[in-house]
Design a protein around this ligand. Sequence first.
Ligand code: HEM
Length: 165
Amino acid sequence: MLTDREKDIIQRTWRRIVPIRETAADLFYERLFQLKPSYRALFKGDLTMQKRKFVTMLAFVVRSLDWRQSQWQEVIPEDDDLFLVVLAMGRRHTELYRVPDEAYGVFGQALLWTLDHGLKDAFDDDARSAWTHAYILLANTMRIGQGATELGQAIEPMPWAEMER
Ligand code: HEM
């Protein structure tokens, strides 16, 4: 789980990405395809729409962080339940889009690189570590949704988290 401090850092840094979200999305996909040109062929639809969907999903994830541990007794409507949404998204990624499991590493690398470029000095060690943790949780939850990961090994160190700056 993310700590409340990590959630605060993610929400604070995300607010700085929002005004530049379109440029950030352009940079992200450019970086992704630079790191792994063969992934371009996986995207069969309109990439402009895809960029919007990706940013909207990240915004949803960040908004869901408002849910604090102390609210555990509250019932969440299914559409707002981050866990269910991410599990289903993971399943679509495997069964519909044929995304290979190893793609999550490169994808995370491109995301951290984009945040670094968008946030500049604000992407300090704490921000990097909070986003890395959040991405690992997100990616592993998607992988659980696709059935590729055993529940028991949900969090493991990923070498790409120590990417070049
Ligand atoms: C945390 C990780 C990821 C997030 C949050 C994410 C988010 C999304 C979202 C919101 C969509 C729109 C459709 C839907 O909701 O099903 C989508 C589609 C897609 N994603 Fe991801 N994704 C992630 C990881 C990946 C990875 C690792 C790849 C591999 C390169 C990938 C490739 C694709 C493809 C090919 C589509 C379909 C695009 C199309 O229809 O043209 N995604 N993703």
